[in-house]
Design a protein around this ligand. Structure first.
Ligand code: NAP
Ligand code: GLV
Length: 306
């Protein structure tokens, strides 16, 4: 049995050193210089290339190195393969901080004052009045974000697939309640997993329900957003502005209109970054569970795709 680490686009030296120290008896391989993959039963993956998945005849568990599992092509995996993801209170807390900071910055018009300062304009204005905030997705991250907004005086709604009852959050569920959820929102946050059902959900049809001044914050996946329709909606004043942390193509191409749009704020997929210090233990636990045929932690429902 061996474990393959296939995480592209980041330096994995520290991660490998920690795994070696915690699993001295396990053979660890690091993509792409890993030779024959016949004995690999556990893959730790992030941005893994498609060609990998056909080379693993004895695969048992795929562990995502993040909260999302959309980078794992579940349709290419045998039904017996289990998929796990990172669940970490630190990730939820970081996400709540990111969202709250952008929501408050919008409410207090920070961006406007930066523009006015550049022109040496002294132009005091009252904070925005709207406090209706909606969170799409009430999972590990969405629930904490919704609660943090509520604790800070916002009137919060949440939308999920199954019906929920949460303290101080007005809960909506299913497609039939999406329009009521979105009605006249001042802030719309997307924290849905990327699945067939949620692909492109941030579109003009949805934007028509929110307030004209609404701030959209997408921290889920770029493919949730119809980018062209976002720009149209902002330019037609059907939507106020957007904060985007995730994009259909990452890094965001230099020529992309979002970079220069005065009403779009771009951050480079940093809203909640998996921290080695807090997640290595749960990865090691799952490797040990895989070796001893025990149940894994934070497994997802492959049939739902999240
Ligand atoms: P999660 O725990 O799996 O929660 C997903 C939520 O979305 C659940 O409430 C679920 O409803 C709801 N949902 C799923 N499909 C739906 C549908 N078709 N209609 C309505 N609701 C639906 O996920 P999470 O851990 O909170 O993470 C959410 C996403 O955040 C990840 O998938 C990832 O893409 C993104 N993320 C981004 C960053 C970043 O730095 N930008 C960091 C971490 C994660 P039920 O509760 O009814 O199942
Ligand atoms: C980051 O985007 C994650 O899914 O953890």
């Amino acid at each position: 049995m061996s474990v393959l680490v296939c995480i592209t686009g980041r330096n994995n030296e520290k991660l490998m050193a920690q795994l070696r120290e915690m699993l001295p008896d396990v053979e660890l391989k690091l993509w792409p210089h890993c030779g024959d993959l016949d004995d690999v039963e556990f893959v730790l993956a992030w941005n893994a290339p498609l060609e990998l998945w056909q080379q693993l005849p004895n695969l048992k568990v795929v562990q995502s190195f993040g909260a999302g599992v959309d980078g794992i092509p579940m349709d290419l995996l045998p039904e017996s393969v289990e998929v796990a993801r990172i669940v970490d209170p630190k990730l939820s807390d970081d996400m709540a901080e990111y969202i709250l900071s952008h929501v408050l910055a919008h409410k207090l018009r920070h961006q406007n004052y930066l523009v006015e300062q550049a022109k040496q304009n002294w132009k005091p204005r009252r904070a925005r009045k709207g406090i209706a905030a909606g969170v799409l997705g009430l999972g590990e991250l969405g629930r904490v974000v919704a609660q943090r907004l509520s604790d800070n005086g916002f009137a919060v709604r949440g939308w999920s697939r199954s019906a929920k009852v949460l303290n101080n959050i007005e809960c909506y569920s299913g497609e039939a309640q999406l329009a009521s959820f979105a009605s006249e929102l001042d802030y719309l946050v997307c924290l849905l997993p990327l699945t067939e059902a949620t692909h492109g959900i941030l579109n003009r049809q949805l934007f028509q329900h929110v307030s004209n001044d609404c701030l959209l914050i997408n921290v889920a996946r770029g493919q949730h957003l119809n980018e062209k329709e976002l720009i149209e909606a902002i330019d037609m004043e059907e939507l106020g502005s957007a904060v985007l942390d995730v994009f259909a193509q990452e890094p965001l191409p230099k020529t992309h209109p979002f970079w220069e749009h005065p009403k779009v704020t771009v951050t480079p997929h940093i809203a909640a970054v998996t921290s080695l210090d807090t997640v290595v233990a749960q990865i090691v636990d799952n490797i040990q569970a895989c070796i001893s045929d025990m149940p894994i932690k934070n497994g997802i429902d492959v049939s739902k795709g999240y």
